[in-house]
Design a protein around this ligand. Structure first.
Ligand code: SF4
Length: 214
């Protein structure tokens, strides 16, 4: 039985992606090898508790039905993550996997919905993107590019166009909370006719932005 290091398991609403607004159980795995300048879950990068796969499944089931998101930290850094995702799929859950895009996603259960970051330059981590992952994306998956300034926007626009991202899967653009005025990003993407879905992190408007477990 796999053991995973877990930061927290909680129920909230999904704050991002095309699934935003729906009730969702979050399984936040601990640990991440990146160091994004604007990381909003730094508390998940260390610590956590070792839990068996069986215990995690029981805690998720106890939270009730609906969506489950496996997130982090960076979930794909843990060897047991693919088994957890497959087990949740087998249990009949709709499973979202939020990943920073720097680890191999090709072996994941095909029923899971991948939401993969492509890190922009202002994060300081854009060189860590594992571009081979694009080949593993399915039409039901989504990529997310988070913008802190105009330079990030131009990088995102070029990546979207160069790799034909909108032909592969859903494309999400969002802004770093408190760093880039959303109106500006929307004006830019409309001017360039980008085929993307703009989003804001809904949970940061419902609760104070630094609230944990929501
Ligand atoms: S990948 Fe996510 S958890 Fe890791 S440093 Fe970046 S924002 Fe934080």
């Amino acid at each position: 039985m796999a053991i995973l290091r877990i930061c927290e398991i909680f129920k909230s609403i999904q704050g991002e992606s095309s699934w935003a607004g729906l009730p969702c159980v979050f399984v936040r795995l601990a640990g991440c090898p990146l160091d994004c300048r604007w990381c909003d879950t730094a508390y998940a990068k260390q610590g956590g508790s070792d839990l068996s796969l069986e215990s995690i499944l029981a805690q998720v089931a106890a939270q009730g039905p609906g969506l489950v998101e496996v997130t982090g930290g960076e979930p794909m850094c843990q060897a047991g993550a693919p088994a957890l995702i497959a087990a949740l799929c087998r249990a009949g859950r709709t499973v979202l996997v939020e990943t920073n895009g720097c680890e191999d996603i090709s072996g994941l259960d095909q029923r899971a919905h991948i939401i993969m970051d492509i890190k922009c330059p202002s994060s300081g981590m854009s060189q860590r993107t594992r571009w081979e992952n694009l080949a593993a994306l399915k039409p039901q998956d989504e990529v997310k590019l988070v913008l802190a300034d105009r330079g990030d926007y131009e990088y995102a626009r070029d990546i979207i166009q160069t790799h034909g991202l909108a032909q592969r899967c859903g494309v999400l653009l969002s802004t770093v909370h408190g760093q880039l005025e959303p109106r500006l990003a929307v004006e830019w993407l409309l001017a360039d006719q980008l085929p993307v879905r703009f989003q804001l992190q809904m949970h940061k408007y419902i609760w104070p932005p630094d609230t944990r477990g929501v």
